[in-house]
Design a protein around this ligand. Sequence first.
Ligand code: SIN
Length: 367
Amino acid sequence: MFKRFLAIMLCLVLVLGLGACGEKKEEPAPAAEPAPAEETEELKTVVILGTGGTIAGSGTAGKTQGYTAGSIDIQSLIDGVPGLDTLANLQGEQVLNTASDNVTAKDWIVLAKRINELAKDDNIAGFVITHGTDTLEETAYFLDLTVKTDKPVICVGAMRPATATSADGPMNLYQSVALARTPEARGKGVMIVFSDGIYAAREVTKVTTYKTDAFNGRDFGALGYMVDDKAYFYNTSAKKHTVDTPFDVSELEDLPKVGVAYFHIDAEPEMLQYYLDNYEGVVVAGAGNGSSSTLWSNLVKDTVDGGSEVVVVRAGRMDNGIVTDNANYMQSIAANNLNPQKARILLALALTQTKDREQIREYFAEY
Ligand code: SIN
């Protein structure tokens, strides 16, 4: 009798708690809801230009090494990021699919031309470039000097291939698309989004061979943070960029040849001589304040004083600090605080405009 009473009571509790007396039905898990604003506001278009890199890399499931960069197409990358399509109308375009070490100046020009063309479309809010991290800072700085729009252009990559455990690409891509449609991101020049940070193309550099927090803004830090789809800005770059530069890619197919000669103890002058004789511009990645041996600096001096048109820029091998003009080295131009690989880009673009060293010296102060 008591057992029957207990059974009835239990059933009552279940009726009140579950709405039915009997077997509990598995409720389907509620779908993750997009933020309310996205439900009501008309979505803007963000164009995602795919170029390859580790973010599009594929290898042994779970592993971070031994993969092939640039093997997943842009549409699959887009489709693989949960919630990406709630941020914007996404338009993927495959420009290249390769490791970023294979990217060329010709590819940069194609990218810049495509962005300049698409930027005229009022429906497009901004751009994301997926790219390998090895040369990401170079592509970003080239675009920073050549795209003619104030719409956000965000460069992004990943340190782990898409097939790795805890791949970092999906969140980096999510945050990049979110930033590309953020009105506050307009007019700030080309930016890199990486590991929750927003960095100016001019200052950012890759700082590690394998960790996921792979970029920083050197002496200048980050422009801001990304937290999920929200951008928090604290700084802006003081240098001119995008619509405020004279660099015009519309008639370009390639860039003038500019090499980087890396100075070190016992550096042979023959290597520098080769660049001086065969290239239109040379960046000396010097020690300290862009310094090099007497052998090297005399070679530059003699070449320029001897009437050669080659333009030489002195940069520093260190990530931080500024290289200033030096009365002992006036045959060459100080790179300001650009690292050698970025000084090479500015010099190449400068040479599309002029061979006048004093004009190029001004460019290095301005951009
Ligand atoms: C690359 O730069 O394409 C390979 C390395 C990377 O994306 O991290």
